[in-house]
Design a protein around this ligand. Structure first.
Ligand code: FAD
Ligand code: NAI
Length: 473
């Protein structure tokens, strides 16, 4: 049977747009269905890019307004910021980058079908445009790349003004006096940092006994210590029992009632903005998956095999819609691999080596397994740690917060995990990921010549420390 397309991708986030481009590069006839006005998905529109733009701008402000530069002999008097200009700059970054994807679609001859995609059957998709006009396309293969959406606590409505999700927290019209962040994960700490730097009091309420609970324990402890020192209030082992939005008009705000997670005396926190950041859910609404019988797992994610195929022939899924960390680069790599598989090539993603970065200052980055995971799996390991305090470049730059930790197999010395807290952690983790992909031992990293003076030497020294012979501590 002749189909309109070889591949139709539903969703143009980092998973979907990358899959569409790669499939087209592989010589396939491709369309990408996207319901938003712009391409790029959560990441470019309301995720990675706008949050990093605000993190960067607020970090620069704090740098000049705080005491940070004094140690270097620089003082800036009367530093000010213009929130409207800051938000406009962020919007401009988003516009340029989403426009860039449109250009790439044209360049690669990917047809963008604007509207909401719904399966009619496994090879037929109806697309409803914003004006209600529908178009039906047939396709040999479909990639579901519909991403994820925010979630809230049961009984707490996100109204977008007082109780906000990350999306509204990227565009608050004024700096809150007091922001309560529910959930001490990545969004809470990143966007909490943005608004704290701009003047808000920020209280983070985390249900578990530590922030960043999926990261290495020592890393989350160090990060909490640093963020608290920066002025962020962090309440761990604390549950939110109610959020009451009060008063309309000028004095709009909320009372967040919290109590110890194990039960105990409740306390009330008054605030003007509540940021809900307790995680995200796969977004598969209205896609018609029940109609074609695509199987989901217990958490509502599309079940896939190693090649991203679902249980329905010709239907694949990638990105936030399937299991694994909800990260843009994971979605992108899955997009490339899935599109290569559809072209008869050999697309593989090594899910053991997906780096993750929290863009606070200092940054927090990790790849591979944490100490807790290795212990739970009964794997014997050795650890090497090196503080930035002993790194010459960091010392000269007055940039000494954090450390690098290398975890390697006790017997084979193969690197199993690298965890970094440090100003350049997000950039440094790429070297660790590459070393792990090449099956490196910690000795390989220790014997690799690193330029001096760089923060990266801390990774080399941590690897040397795994053998008990670091030079500079
Ligand atoms: P998405 O980016 O969610 O894209 C899915 C697209 O599909 C959307 O555009 C949606 O409109 C469209 N769609 C859904 N259903 C349909 C349908 N039926 N028809 C047509 N279109 C449809 N990750 C990082 O790696 N680094 C970061 O720094 C980072 N920062 C983040 C900051 C925030 C505030 C948030 C919320 C997320 C952040 N993430 C970050 C996570 C990252 O955005 C996601 O992991 C990534 O966008 C997932 O890509 P995706 O392609 O699977 O889905
Ligand atoms: P998250 O999973 O990172 O963090 C949620 C936090 O909320 C966890 O610490 C969890 O223990 C806590 N929590 C859950 N229920 C709670 C409750 N009832 N009360 C208090 N705390 C509660 O989710 P987050 O921050 O919402 O981010 C969503 C996704 O977006 C993440 O999976 C992340 O990967 C991605 N993201 C990635 C970024 C990056 O790579 N830099 C930046 C922002 C988001």
């Amino acid at each position: 049977m002749a189909y309109d397309f070889d591949v139709v991708v539903i969703g143009a986030g980092p998973g979907g747009y990358v899959a569409a481009i790669r499939a087209a590069q592989n010589g396939l006839k491709v369309a990408c269905i996207e319901k938003r006005e712009t391409l790029g998905g959560t990441c470019l529109n309301v995720g990675c890019i706008p949050s990093k733009a605000l993190l960067h701008a607020s970090e620069k402000f704090e740098e000049v307004a705080g005491d940070h530069l004094k140690a270097l002999g620089i003082s800036v008097k009367g530093a000010k910021f213009d929130l409207d200009a800051m938000l406009a700059e962020k919007d401009s970054a988003v516009k340029q980058l989403t426009g860039g994807i449109e250009f790439l679609f044209k360049k690669n001859k990917v047809e963008w079908i604007k509207g909401y995609g719904r399966f009619q059957d496994a090879h037929t998709i109806e697309v409803e445009a914003a004006d209600g006009v529908t178009r039906t396309v047939t396709t040999k293969n479909t990639i579901i790349a519909t991403g994820s959406d925010v979630i809230s606590l049961p009984g707490v409505a996100i109204d977008g003004e007082v109780v906000v999700s990350s999306t509204e927290a990227l565009s608050l019209p004024k700096v809150p006096e007091h922001m309560v962040v529910i959930g001490g994960g990545v969004i809470g700490l990143e966007l909490g940092s943005v608004w704290r730097r701009l003047g808000a009091k920020v209280t983070v309420v985390e249900y578990l006994d530590r922030i960043l609970p999926t990261m290495d324990g020592e890393v989350s402890k160090e990060t909490a210590k640093i963020l608290k020192k920066q002025g962020m209030e962090i309440l761990t082992s604390t549950k939110v029992v109610a959020v009451e939005v009060d008063a309309k008009g000028k004095n709009r705000g909320a009372v967040v009632r919290v109590e110890p997670a194990k039960g105990g005396e409740a306390q009330e926190i008054k605030c003007d903005v509540v940021l809900m950041s307790i995680g995200r859910r796969p977004f598969l609404d209205g896609l018609g998956l029940d109609k074609i019988g695509v199987a989901l797992d217990e958490r509502g994610r599309v079940k896939v095999g190693h090649d991203f195929s679902t249980n329905v022939a010709g239907v694949y899924a990638i990105g936030d819609a399937i299991p694994g960390p909800m990260l843009a680069h994971k979605a992108e790599d899955e997009g490339v691999a899935c599109a290569d598989n559809l072209a008869g090539l050999n697309g593989i993603v090594n899910h053991e080596v997906i780096p993750s970065v929290v863009y606070t200052m200092p940054e927090v980055a990790s790849v591979g397994r944490s100490e807790e995971e290795l212990k739970a799996a009964g794997i014997k390991y050795k650890a090497g740690k090196f503080p930035f305090m002993a790194n010459s470049r960091a010392k000269a730059n007055h940039d000494t917060l954090g450390f690098v930790k290398v975890l390697a197999d006790a017997q084979t010395d193969r690197v199993l995990g690298v965890h970094i807290v440090g100003s350049l952690a997000g950039t440094m983790i790429a070297q660790a990921a590459q070393a792990m992909e090449f099956g490196a031992s910690s000795e390989d990293i220790a014997l690799t010549c690193h330029a001096h003076p760089t923060h990266s030497e801390a990774l080399k020294e941590a690897a040397m420390a795994a053998h008990g012979k670091p030079i500079h501590i």
